[in-house]
Ligand binder design. Structure first.
Ligand SMILES: NC(=O)CCC(=O)C(=O)O
Length: 270
């Protein structure tokens, strides 16, 4: 098959886990009913807010959120990227920020832990110290699926082109960027970075984002997007809790790589 329909689900999650998971399931189902066979949720889709609350809601990989997502994928017969959840870690008071991938039979196919942690202080825009609560992951994850190879990242990872190049080296055709990208940076950087990563790695970029205020001091930018390997934005979610759909044409991907073989022109293997 050279074409599939993909969806990015945009949420305004809070610290209220059951509501977040129910909303995620409702929008994933709606996207699948419109024909999407690959659906992606945003970062910390099941619980976002004060870090203390997120840590308190952390689950093991085989916990209730992942069981619900596995059942959802199986019931709908889709591949589901469960954006990210707070995963319990071996260190007290700390979590991993973990993205899980489920196949159409409900099997867990991959697990990626966010490598780059968002420790920034941009005056009047955003101040966060993710590393106080989150442990960085080590592994780079590319997974071969029946129709394409998926590379995984999470949010702030988007600013590290070397991770995306490593995913291109693992032959990623589609790179997922589930995010809770801050409003204060997203308004200037979100689309530019997504399009740059798509163009330079000649891959589709699937970027479900959180949108709106999660707490009085935490606001996400929204504009969840699907970008093609030429850098064209194929679909953007409307503000609020919604989803956007786009066709991924893998013949077009191969054509772009054949006509403009930039990845083959790299010097010294870099
Ligand atoms: N959750 C995150 O990693 C936010 C990253 C972000 O907003 C950025 O500007 O980078």
């Amino acid at each position: 098959m050279t074409k599939i329909l993909a969806a990015v689900v945009q949420l305004q999650s809070t610290e209220e886990k059951s509501r977040n998971v129910d909303t995620a399931a409702r929008l994933v189902t709606a996207a699948a009913q419109r024909g999407a066979s690959f659906v992606a949720l945003p970062e910390l889709f099941n619980c976002i807010g004060r870090w203390e609350a997120v840590v308190a809601e952390a689950e093991p990989i085989t916990g209730p959120t992942s069981r619900r997502m596995s059942e959802l994928a199986a019931n709908l017969g889709i591949t589901l990227l469960a954006g990210s959840i707070a995963e319990q870690s071996e260190v007290a008071g700390k979590i991993y920020n973990t993205s899980l991938l489920f196949g159409p039979d409900g099997r867990q196919l991959a697990c990626y832990r966010k490598r780059h942690l968002f420790d920034v202080d941009v005056p009047d825009r955003v101040t966060v110290r993710e590393s106080e609560f989150v442990m960085p992951g080590e592994e780079i994850v590319g997974t071969q699926l029946p129709d394409f190879t998926l590379g995984q990242s999470i949010c702030y990872d988007l600013r590290f082109p070397e991770l995306f190049r490593a995913l291109a080296d693992r032959r990623a055709d589609v790179i997922a960027v589930p995010a809770a990208f801050a409003f204060g940076t997203g308004c200037d950087h979100w689309e530019v970075l997504l399009r740059a990563r798509a163009i330079e790695n000649q891959a589709f970029v699937i970027a479900p984002n959180q949108h709106g205020r999660h707490t009085p001091t935490l606001q996400s930018y929204g504009r969840s997007m699907i970008v093609d390997p030429w850098g064209t934005v194929l679909a953007t979610a409307a503000d609020g809790e919604s989803f956007a759909l786009a066709e991924l044409d893998f013949q077009r991907l191969q054509d772009i790589r054949r006509h403009l073989p930039a990845l083959a022109h790299r010097r010294d293997g870099q």
